[in-house]
Design a protein around this ligand. Structure first.
Ligand SMILES: *Cc1c(COP(=O)(O)O)cnc(C)c1O
Length: 397
């Protein structure tokens, strides 16, 4: 059984703060600052360009990828880190469409994260010739698969409501229809057990600054199923994905397997942060994290519904049908969230009316759940949110 007091000690969270936004930006792992400092001084500072060979920088994206792989059911050598999630979505989609010639539809759901849809739309426009993005309601996805569908692009956990897609069932349905799948694990990796290989996913992508705590701008990751690894023809054909980058050949030859999903120079300092952040998984079991997250989120829903009649649950009530976040709707959701933040309870707001609370058992326990529900009840009962300063929108919500 995971010792959650021990995992909590891995993170530096300001005293008195109830941080329910680890689903958007994970907190600083205590070990990360020292690790990055060491990489800066002992590697970059002391070795300069020698760091690429002597400090293992060139292998770091794959080594860290393997550590993420263990959390998402991916075998060693099938996950690569780098770039940002938006880029990895585009890279996976381009590869999947190319592997499924003659099919020109990217199918997704209307609740998907805008960047995923923008990337799909942009790629389809670039390809022209009838390539297009089709979006349907989340519950209509399986029924919308057709002989035209080249790729099914889905985010497993909906960023607004937390609604959880059935990855194994939808992947099987997609394959039945002759389509490949690209799964976005932005709100899954580190939040709940994922089994990309067991589910038969073709590609999966995700970011690391949410539940994997790599810090703002931390690198993304991409998984490619073994059966496709040597068949992918990278559209983002960067020099570090080349079979022999330092041969400096004029023509591109893809690197071996997952190596070809590299693009350019990896962000070593952010990778070092991510590597340090992943250490907590040496003492945490993802099954335990999931069970605890359900316990915490159920308690939060019960407390909020008992004391805040004006808030409507926007997440599935059945915990098996949602990820690790709970959302409520209110037309004044933005101001309510600002009033809560002023009281030291950090969640976030997603337009048009969603108050979002992430439950991250690595550093959140029942005391924080009770404290957050009490603060929310107070804000609602007193109308404390109804002030001009809480309505003023910031650039990031
Ligand atoms: C957070 C998130 C992103 C963000 O993409 P970046 O390129 O890392 O900014 C994209 N897609 C989904 C589903 C997300 O949840």
């Amino acid at each position: 059984m995971t010792d959650f007091a021990a995992t909590r000690a891995h993170f530096a969270i300001p005293e008195g703060l109830i941080y329910l936004d680890g689903n958007s930006l994970g907190p600083l792992p205590v070990a990360a600052a020292a690790r990055v400092g060491a990489v800066m001084r002992a590697e970059w500072g002391a070795r300069l360009i020698g760091g690429w060979n002597e400090a293992g920088w060139m292998d770091l994206p794959a080594r860290v990828g393997d550590r993420i792989g263990r959390l998402i059911g991916a075998p060693a050598g099938s996950v690569m880190t780098g770039d940002t999630l938006s880029i990895k979505v585009w890279q996976a989609l381009a590869a999947a469409l190319d592997l499924n010639p003659g099919r020109r539809v990217i199918l997704s759901d209307s609740g998907n994260f805008p960047s995923d849809l923008y990337m799909a739309g942009g790629l389809a426009r670039l390809l022209g010739e009838g390539f297009r993005l089709v979006t349907v309601a989340p519950e209509a996805v399986a029924g919308a698969l057709s002989a035209e569908t080249g790729v099914l692009l889905l985010t497993e956990v909906d960023y607004r409501t937390g609604r959880l897609h059935d990855m194994a069932a939808l992947t099987a349905a997609a394959h039945e229809a002759g389509a490949l799948t690209v799964w976005d694990l932005a709100h899954s990796a580190g939040a709940l057990p994922v089994d990309v290989a067991g589910a038969g996913a073709d590609f999966a992508v995700g970011c690391t600054y949410k539940y994997l705590n790599s810090g703002p701008g931390g690198p993304a990751f991409i998984y490619v199923a073994r059966r496709w690894a040597e068949a992918v023809r990278p559209a983002l054909a960067g020099w570090l994905g080349h079979e022999a980058p330092f041969a400096f050949e004029p023509d591109y030859r893809p690197g071996r397997g997952i190596e070809r999903m590299r693009v350019g120079t990896p962000p070593i300092l952010q990778l070092a942060t991510l590597d340090a952040a992943l250490d907590v998984w040496e003492i945490a079991d993802i099954g335990d994290v999931r069970a605890r997250s359900i316990e915490l989120s159920q308690a939060f829903i019960a407390a909020v519904e008992a004391r805040c009649p004006g808030l409507a649950l926007a997440s599935p009530r059945d915990p098996r049908a949602r990820g690790s976040q709970v959302s409520f709707r209110h037309p004044e959701g933005y101001a309510i969230m600002q009033a809560l933040i002023a009281r030291g309870v950090i969640g976030d707001f997603r337009a048009p009316d969603i108050l979002r609370f992430g439950f991250t058992p690595l550093f959140i326990g029942m005391a924080e759940v009770k404290g957050a529900a009490a603060a929310l009840a107070e804000v609602m009962a007193t109308g404390a949110w109804d002030r001009p300063e809480f309505r003023a929108r910031s650039r990031v919500t």
